[in-house]
Design a protein around this ligand. Sequence first.
Ligand code: HEM
Length: 517
Amino acid sequence: MTTPFHHEPGAAPPPQCPAHNLGVGPGGLRRLYGPEAENDPAGLYDKLRAEHGTVAPVLLHGDVPAWLVLGHSENLHLTRTPSQFSRDSRRWRALQDGSVAPDHPLAPIFTWQPVCVFADGAKHERQRGAVTDSMERIDTRGVRRHINRFSNRLVNDFSEKGSADLVTQFADHLPMMVMCAIFGMPEEYDERLVQAARDMTRGTETAVASNAHIVSVLTRLVERRRAEPAPDFASWLVEHPATMTDIEVVEHLRLILIAAYESTANLIANVLRMVLTDPRFRARLSGGHMTVPEAVEQTLWDEPPFTAVFGRWAVGDTELGGQQIKAGDALLVGIAPANTDPAVRPDLTANMEGNRAHLAFSGGPHECPGQDIGRAIADVGVDALLMRLPDLELGVQESELRWVGNIMSRHLVELPVKFAPSPQQKLDSDPLSVMARAVRPTGDWEISSPARPVPEPAHSLAGMQPAHAPGAAPQPRPAPAAPPVEPAPETAVIPQQRRPAAPARLWQAVSRWWNGY
Ligand code: HEM
């Protein structure tokens, strides 16, 4: 490993070493927190890769040691081998020997709870099975129609002004509106719930009160549904044969709400930022060659909503990426570094079209079960926004955009935009009762780019299994024989304001047909 600053753990840092700055701590190990990590995570991953290879020792808050897994194939091994790398945080040696206190800043992430995230084996299968079975009962076409309607409702709030901040006025709200509707509590969606979810994931001083608010909203929902089931996600969890207790159901709803909210809000903001600033996207989108789902997928490679997952603990002594891992060591699934691993992406500017082997949704038994819902919220939401405001432009210099981050995610603070003011639009008045699927699932969340031949990825991942859905783009399907809800006529959903150019209109029509609304 060639780096001017490489030195053995435990050795005193040489004079030229940036150990004197905040980025390096005891033993010369780099900190995964603090200004350097937050301002330039990609630069930090490069240094760690150069110094240690595919698995690097790092320091968490309080200079607690952990391993950051940087390599793509090493991350796949980490997530796919629960016999060696458990999800149960109670195995963490630092917790057992007291070197990490229960009030550690990362405690909300690592403190064990009786939910599927911290479970392995049969217990994980039981709890996760209840979640995934309930997800399969969701009517995907109905949800996409609601995402479209909610998006237009949000756009109505600022369309007449000619300017907006797409983070706080769009991306931060849409996932919460959708999740409240899916859960069966659309009336609970409000600014307070959005703020509470934001608080809980950003470790603010009011995080405890925010958590209490969310738990009380969800507890009331579960009590209502236990007494009187309805065709919604909360009822399906309550009545699932896994016979979860009410506390288990509330805890899983809370987990899903937070997992879905933070990640999907980040994804929408990141996609919009790329669409607005990257000439490749702007030109190709308006020219009709690149669809929003393709922009979403490229964003999942380049700006994954979760940059890392602090969530694996070594079951016994083992080896990973040439490093000796000890029983009870903590490891982070390095999503962002895996997605930029030179072994799989030697050229980061190459188009990843048709290649879904990124690790944005992690992998193995804990791979995100809500990925199709997250993709749908981003696809339909961004699509609806661009249709309403086709002349959208960034309202500040790109260099003025700011991010905040922690060890797990990176979040755009604001995305100011400007556009020609336009009047509000009348929204259709679908009842929210179309969330339940009337027929057995057919996997039709997978509504992505209009079908076309999928080229070989620029850099094929020879010998690797895609982490998620098969790499091939889905083929167009005829409308289902008995769709649960007839799609509304096009104009009922989004009446046109300014008529976009002909190719864009054609693309929009195809896109609407394809997206099912
Ligand atoms: C684009 C948005 C999303 C991204 C990038 C994302 C990413 C992730 C990641 C990286 C994990 C951790 C897996 C691991 O521990 O290795 C995860 C877990 C999870 N996600 Fe998502 N997620 C997204 C949206 C959603 C949505 C919309 C839902 C629910 C509707 C959801 C539900 C969950 C659940 C329940 C888990 C825990 C699974 C388990 O431990 O078995 N996620 N997600």
